[in-house]
Design a protein around this ligand. Structure first.
Ligand SMILES: C[S@@+](CC[C@H](N)C(=O)[O-])C[C@H]1O[C@@H](n2cnc3c(N)ncnc32)[C@H](O)[C@@H]1O
Length: 247
């Protein structure tokens, strides 16, 4: 268990993502379609219960031969850019989990592309939008871990990159989307869905100024973390389910 910058306790539940995704999927009445970008060992992917699942990762860390690539599961061992550009879809996903490369530009591109593959009541879950310390938001994973070890003797492998910058982008450029950030019961993650943002969301626009992305550094994050709409897991799931009139 570690403390986030805001003092929120972070439990190391390995399956918090699957638990949240399954709670949301259960709220859909029809057969569900799920897309996960960044799958690694499949720890979350194989725990998610959806009728149809798509996995995208340039390097799967599981034996593909043991997974039947059939009617209910598709595996694409390619980058997210290749998937979104080259793979044709004639349907929309109900839930998309974005957990690929932890940089704001790649995640924002994945997010925009995922929007095109979702429908009015779809939900996007974003991982790594809440760095745990100044080292974790380094865009370079190796440097993040080495600098932490060197400066603090802390061997933690925590790395979130600057993915958190996607939240001010959503707030600024996607006023027809709402978001909230789960900060209890596991690693912080943001939920995004189609619903106009409340008027209260607008002040961050002033802070973005001329959209100088490098200026959105860790100090900026610490000052603006409340604008991530922080809430506990239960509140967040209920908010999305009620807002989309699922369940
Ligand atoms: C944190 S892991 C994903 C963990 C997984 N979602 C889970 O919950 O078990 C991040 C993954 O993103 C993958 N990745 C890195 N760059 C990517 C890209 N451009 N497109 C898709 N996946 C990428 C890495 O190979 C790695 O397996």
């Amino acid at each position: 268990m570690t403390d986030t910058p805001s003092g929120i306790q972070e439990h190391s539940f390995s399956n918090a993502s699957a638990r949240r995704l399954n709670a949301l999927l259960a709220a859909f009445h029809s057969p569900t379609r799920y897309l996960e970008v960044g799958v690694e060992t499949g720890q979350t992917f194989f725990e998610v219960s959806a009728e149809f699942k798509t996995a995208v990762d340039p390097k799967f860390l599981f034996d593909r031969e043991t997974v039947p690539n059939g009617e209910s599961i598709e595996l694409f061992e390619i980058t997210s850019d290749s998937f979104f550009c080259d793979v044709k879809r004639d349907f929309k996903y109900d839930i998309v989990f974005l957990d690929g490369l932890h940089t704001w530009d790649q995640t924002y591109r994945d997010f925009c592309n995922a929007l095109l593959l979702t429908h009015e009541r779809s939900i996007i879950l974003l991982d790594d939008i809440f760095p745990t310390d100044v080292f974790s938001c380094n865009r370079d994973q190796l440097e993040a871990v080495m600098m932490r070890q060197f400066m603090t003797n802390d061997p933690s492998p925590a790395w979130h990159g600057d993915t958190y910058k996607v939240i001010p982008l959503i707030r600024t450029f996607h006023p027809l989307l709402s978001y909230c950030t789960i900060i209890t019961d596991g690693n912080p993650q943001a939920l995004v869905w189609r619903s106009p943002q409340s008027a209260i969301a607008s002040p961050i626009l002033k802070d973005i100024g001329e959209l100088n992305m490098p200026s959105l550094d860790y100090l900026w994050f610490l000052r603006h973390q409340q604008s991530f709409n922080l809430m506990n897991e239960q509140e967040a799931l209920a908010l999305v389910i009620n807002s989309l009139q699922l369940g």
